[in-house]
Design a protein around this ligand. Structure first.
Ligand code: SAH
Ligand code: SF4
Ligand code: F3S
Length: 463
């Protein structure tokens, strides 16, 4: 039999990218070949996101293409995995293009399901497995997922010398707007032993930077006997692994963010001085309606504390504009928080009601879309102004970067430098640095002297 080819298309966050890479590795181990063209594939797997309506709309549009493609290739098998698979479950099978629906906790079943579908009459197959999200005390199930994770983690999990390692699944926060707790289930911390084993394996494969992943990494807690391991303990343990140079973690929640994490960052040279810690809003009444459980002042105090303990720390944040009931004054409070916070960068999202969430059920989506759009623009413009100004302090400085590879969209600023292509690297503080250099630097550390800066990017030359 010829080798079956699979095309995986991924939407959504780092969690989904990690899941896609695990599934790809498991499929390879089961004898499949990966392809980057849907037109070459015997099976297409779509990994989906539900966080905003737009994310789901993109998946439906993709499914529309596949439905069309199936007219000329009736044997094509289409599987939908990820958050939208979990949210919509069996109802997705009503879509003509869809054969298989797999929730985030059933991804270990993907190779068997694709094999079965391709060996039988593909188009006739209609299966959905999105069993109830596993609870923290469902130990056998958690171990099964964990084993899958450790077994199929590999260097194809991301850019050259960098890898992502999940330290926890799910989320217990139930921010009123957010679908994640419903589609990813309750918070479950993975055992430190499994995490360290995985990082050691990655280090042996040449990985130099590991990013620890979770929806709220600062609430990581794993009890073994008398001892409870926290995020700071993981950072300490991972720091001892030879070959790993940089350690990061995302995302943090501003509630219950304890000093031990900041102290670890200050004390351990491998832990990058970078925090992605979304505020979501600067208005206390909106924060309360969002069920974020902190005030703007608490948030700013936390940033001040972080800067006192880790002087060079860079901070990134997320904001939602146009949350139900958000007035001009509320938005002004958000702008004031952005001014005060001095972020490296921010991500701004227009509120999108998610079915089943408390905000969607209890609050009318009252802010018109033009206002959401205006606030989105205004907040980004404000941040750009602040960052453009702040970043000029890097001029003339020498920064260490981990080189990620060729710049995807060449920047005009120094594209003319002959002989070498334009490369992109990131500093420990997560700044993007663009410079010309040999492509062989990819995956390695380089020192760059900065000679030009903008709001989002620093430009320079290798030293
Ligand atoms: N667990 C992470 C990220 C969750 S999703 C955290 O809590 O920080 C990433 C971002 O999407 C969130 O930070 C939030 O800003 C945004 N988001 C989540 N739900 C949304 C919704 N319904 N509408 C618009 N943006 C949303
Ligand atoms: Fe969603 Fe809030 Fe959990 Fe983040 S912390 S995943 S925004 S519920
Ligand atoms: Fe990530 Fe989207 Fe799911 S942001 S956790 S893929 S809903």
């Amino acid at each position: 039999m010829t080798t079956r080819k699979v095309y995986i298309k991924c939407f959504g966050c780092q969690m989904n990218k990690l899941d896609s890479s695990l599934v790809a590795a498991a499929l390879r181990a089961a004898g499949f070949e990966m392809t980057d063209k849907a037109t070459d594939a015997d099976a297409v797997v779509i990994n989906t996101c539900s966080v905003r309506e737009h994310a789901e709309a993109r998946v439906f549009s993709h499914l529309g293409h596949l439905k069309h493609m199936k007219k000329s290739r009736p044997g094509l098998v289409v599987a939908v995995m990820g958050c939208m698979a979990q949210r919509l479950g069996e109802s997705l099978l009503a879509h003509e293009a869809v054969n298989i629906v797999v929730g985030p906790h059933q991804i270990p079943q993907m190779p068997d399901m694709l094999t079965a579908a391709l060996e039988t009459n593909g188009p006739a197959v209609r299966i959905a497995v999105t069993q109830h999200i596993r609870t923290p005390d469902d130990a056998a199930a958690a171990e099964h997922l964990d084993a899958f994770e450790t077994a199929y983690d590999s260097d194809e999990n991301h850019i050259k010398s960098q890898a992502f390692v999940r330290i926890m699944r799910g989320c217990n926060n139930f921010c009123s707007y957010c679908v994640v707790p419903y589609v990813r289930g309750p918070e479950v911390s993975r055992p430190p032993r499994a995490i360290m084993e995985q990082i050691r394996k990655l280090a042996d494969q040449g990985i130099q930077q590991v990013t620890l992943l979770g929806q709220t990494v600062n609430s990581y807690a794993y009890s073994a006997g008398e001892r409870t391991y926290k995020l700071a303990d993981l950072l300490e343990m991972a720091s001892e692994i030879e070959g790993i140079h940089w350690l990061r973690f995302v995302t943090s929640h501003p509630g219950a963010f304890d000093n031990s994490i900041l102290n670890a960052m200050a004390r351990l040279p491998k832990v990058c001085p970078y925090l992605h810690i979304p505020a979501q809003s600067g208005s206390d009444s909106i924060l309360a309606a969002m069920n974020r459980r902190y005030t703007a002042q608490h948030y700013l105090d936390l940033l001040a504390k972080a800067r006192a303990i880790v002087p060079d720390i860079a901070i990134a944040g997320d904001f939602i504009v146009g949350f139900p009931g958000e007035t001009d004054e509320d938005f002004e409070a958000t702008a004031a928080l952005v001014r005060a916070a001095c972020y490296k960068n921010i991500f701004v999202f227009k509120y999108s009601p998610r079915p089943g969430t408390r905000a969607e059920q209890k609050l009318a989506d009252s802010v018109p879309s033009e206002i959401k759009q205006q606030r989105n623009h205004a907040l980004l413009a404000l941040q750009n102004e602040i960052a453009a100004d702040y970043n000029s302090r890097f001029l003339g400085r020498e920064l260490e970067v981990l080189v990620e590879g060729l710049s995807k969209k060449p920047h005009l600023n120094n594209a003319q430098e002959a002989g070498h292509p334009q490369l992109v690297g990131r500093t420990a503080t997560d700044y993007i640095v663009v410079f010309n250099g040999p492509e062989s630097l990819t995956g390695r550390f380089a020192r760059i002297r900065i000679d030009q800066t903008s709001a989002l990017t620093l430009f320079g030359r290798p030293v």
